[in-house]
Design a binder for this molecule. Structure first.
Ligand SMILES: Cc1ncc(COP(=O)(O)O)c(C=O)c1O
Length: 394
């Protein structure tokens, strides 16, 4: 249907083999493949000092588990950007906490504004959730410093940015996103930079939080089915009202296989972004956020949001792009504009002027590792044509 889709999942023969091997092994629920996947993910994040990693059924439950491990509950406040996927806020709402929505930094930097976070901190603020939107790091150096000073936990939403780094201090080596805050949560949904279909990973460097995550992932039970199968345990105690947020072996095997190709795919995504950066300058009035940013170590571009020239009706542009065979999307309708969240007494969405200004202009263009320079040319030419057509009809 599309000449160029928004994202394109291309599974490798190794992915098929990995999953089939698990099927043949007769052990499908969380077990040794999951442990292998977690160890490999931890090493990929930081080979010298691997963090604790727990694979889960998806990033949304991973975020919930992270908030539960921090004992968030009614009366606590969690600061979340309004410009994110709704799961970031919903997972905090599951705990009964209040979600306070914060603004983006600028038109050119759509990550969380640390100035706005500071303005919205109250004595009840327990947690801030930077979302590394589009694969671009938030200002983690400043956020971590400010939150550490106030005893506020940072939970990174790293759904868009697996194996991207951020610099905390100029002289120090860059650190993997997801390992800087108290906890980091990754998504392996099928449109992400690496996928397990549905899946996620929760990461921490704190051994106490790690113990809590391990228990919360599996009903608060002190032993696992695998321990009992191996004869290492005969019974169990339950020490928390935990969840069943486990991944399974099929998805862990797929994750391991995908992880092997992630650095190369992230690099190719970077090349595609560079093509866009060069070619989009042709379109007058269009803004490419993050275009001026310098890499802070490894990069993991995930989506390609642009800001359309002001005054155009976005949906009209999207319809023309569809006519040209190019799929587009919007990341994201801001959380404070949703019916549930705008009416909920547990969501505070005041004073978000920059988010309100950029939201109607946001358009996401196709981005995946296999896009060629001529594909990007076609997308950019189609966008120019679409804008011209919409202007002519105004
Ligand atoms: C920023 C962000 N956070 C959280 C999630 C939730 O991830 P999952 O679908 O794995 O639950 C997503 C998924 O699209 C996301 O983009």
């Amino acid at each position: 249907m599309w000449k160029i889709p928004l994202a394109d999942l291309r599974l490798h023969p190794d992915d098929h083999t990995a999953v089939l091997e698990v099927l043949a092994s007769n052990w499908l629920t969380m077990g040794p493949k999951t442990q292998e996947f977690e160890a490999a993910f931890a090493k990929a994040l930081d080979p010298d000092n691997p963090p604790f990693c727990y694979a889960v059924s998806n990033c949304t439950v991973g975020l919930h588990m992270a908030f539960a491990a921090l004992d968030l509950g009614p009366g606590d406040e969690v600061i979340v950007p309004s410009l994110t996927f709704v799961a970031t806020a919903n997972a905090a709402l599951y705990t009964g906490a209040t979600v306070v929505l914060a603004d983006v930094t600028s038109e050119a930097d759509l990550t969380l504004s640390i100035d706005d976070v500071l303005a919205k901190i109250t004595p009840r603020t327990r947690c801030v959730v930077p979302v590394h939107y589009a694969g671009q790091p938030c200002d983690m150096a400043r956020l971590k410093r400010e939150c550490d000073l106030r005893g506020i936990a940072v939970v990174e939403d790293v759904a868009h940015a697996p194996l991207a780094d951020a610099l905390l201090q100029d002289q120090d080596p860059a650190q993997a996103l997801g390992t800087i805050g108290a906890l980091g949560c990754f998504s392996f949904f099928s449109n992400k930079n690496m996928t397990t279909g549905e899946g996620g990973m929760v990461v921490t460097r704190d051994p106490l939080l790690a113990d809590k995550l391990r228990l919360l992932r599996s009903h608060g039970m002190t032993t696992l089915t695998l321990d009992r199968h191996r004869g290492h345990a005969y019974t169990y105690d339950v020490v928390a009202a935990g969840f069943n947020y486990r991944i399974d072996e099929l998805r862990a095997a797929l994750g391991l296989s995908q992880l092997g190709r992630l650095p190369e795919n992230n690099r190719r995504r970077g090349d595609v972004v560079e093509f866009y950066r060069q070619k989009l300058t042709r379109i007058e009035g269009l803004l490419l956020p993050f275009a001026q940013r310098l890499p802070q170590g490894r990069t993991a571009p995930h989506i390609l949001p642009v800001l359309l020239p002001a005054g155009l009706v976005r949906q009209a542009v999207q319809e023309k792009m569809k006519e040209a065979g190019i799929q587009t999307s919007v990341h994201y309708p801001p959380i404070h504009t949703f019916s549930h969240h705008s009416e909920s007494p547990l969501v505070r969405g005041e004073s978000l002027p920059l988010t309100d200004a950029v939201a109607p202009r946001l358009l996401t263009l196709p981005l995946y590792p296999e896009l060629s320079e001529s594909d990007v040319d076609l997308v950019v030419q189609s966008l120019q044509w679409s804008i011209d057509q919409v202007r002519a009809a105004m």
